[in-house]
Design a protein around this ligand. Structure first.
Ligand SMILES: [Zn+2]
Length: 192
């Protein structure tokens, strides 16, 4: 249960309301009782009316227990609200955690990037660039390198943010573990 100072303060206030409500009831009860008594008594009893009410009130209030105040409808509904809110907050927190977990998995999967930066689809024969550790689909990258070299140009690593400006065919090695991972991933996501 939430034990924040604000909540504690609120609970104290509600309990105070409950006590005041009880006091009013006790006072009304005292007055009722005493006036009923006095009606059948000689007139001198009227003189002590105020004191009698006060005494009876003190007596009644002395009998009021904390447990009784806790049972006050306002206190009960307050505690119900707090409990419901705490439960909702707990549920929301749990749901958020689950969502975050899903997001984490999604991020992990996308970080283990199976998408070729050239073809924008999942690689079939992933080759790893030994210089910058980026992956490309073998056919696509070889074709690009050849095309660039034919034009006497360097082939820059197509991975966004990579500083490798000269990718050579000799930098590339087939990564069979990666290939297996992609095949497993395809099977899991139902793509063929
Ligand atoms: Zn790179």
């Amino acid at each position: 249960m939430d034990n924040s100072p604000a909540l504690k303060k609120l609970e104290e206030m509600i309990m105070e309301c409950s006590r005041l409500d009880r006091e009013i009831n006790c006072f009304v009860e005292s007055v009722d009782e005493i006036t009923a008594q006095v009606r059948h008594e000689p007139s001198e009893a009227m003189v002590n009316l105020r004191n009698s009410v006060k005494e009876r009130f003190t007596e009644l209030m002395a009998g009021v227990t904390d447990a009784e105040l806790q049972r006050h409808s306002k206190v009960v509904s307050f505690k119900d609200s707090v409990r419901k809110y705490a439960m909702q907050a707990g549920q929301t927190a749990a749901e958020n955690e689950e969502e975050e977990l899903d997001e984490d998995i999604a991020v992990t999967q996308s970080q283990t990037n199976f998408i070729c930066p050239l073809t924008q689809v999942e690689m079939v024969n992933p080759v790893k660039n030994k210089k910058c550790n980026h992956y490309y689909d073998r056919e696509a990258v070889l074709e690009m390198i050849k095309a660039r070299h034919r034009n006497k140009k360097k082939f820059r690593c197509p991975k966004v943010g990579c500083g490798n400006t000269d990718v050579q065919e000799s930098d590339l090695e087939l990564d069979l573990v990666m290939k297996r991972m992609i095949q497993n991933h395809k099977r899991q996501t139902g793509k063929t």
